[in-house]
Design a binder for this molecule. Structure first.
Ligand SMILES: [Zn+2]
Ligand SMILES: [Zn+2]
Ligand SMILES: [Zn+2]
Length: 127
């Protein structure tokens, strides 16, 4: 893992993620920072945070990559119509990992997992 220096600007980015479940992409972040940091720097900083294990990439099947804090392990349900995202805590993926390892011929260790579910939210299911 990379050790990184927490500059003021980097701290500001980390603070944007403080809320429990709020996946953000680079565009949302540079908007929130009021162009304090140019987009390229935001991208670079996000990549650095992922390398340092502070942020995870979340695959919401949207056009851009979303990020979230690694410190709070949880999963997501994403509406395929309007894109609304809800986090959920319960995690049975450890069982899946164990099963996967038992049936695997090539792997010895599972280190992490991500699990995102896709469906329709209450509003979109009505339409
Ligand atoms: Zn989340
Ligand atoms: Zn929806
Ligand atoms: Zn999990």
């Amino acid at each position: 893992m990379t050790k990184i220096k927490m500059t003021k600007a980097r701290k500001r980015i980390m603070e944007l993620f403080k809320d429990d479940c709020k996946p953000l992409n680079a565009e949302a972040i540079s908007q929130k920072l009021n162009k304090e940091m140019d987009r390229v720097t935001v991208y670079r900083t996000l990549t650095l945070f992922v390398q340092a294990g502070l942020l995870n990439q979340v695959d919401l099947r949207k056009d851009s990559v979303y990020y979230e804090l690694t410190s709070h392990h949880h999963h997501h349900i994403i509406c395929t119509d309007c894109g609304v995202v809800e986090g959920f805590e319960s995690c049975k993926a450890e069982d899946i990992s164990e099963h996967a390892l038992k049936s695997s011929h090539k792997f010895k260790i599972i280190r992490s997992h991500s699990l995102e579910l896709f469906g329709l939210c209450n509003t979109c299911a009505k339409g």
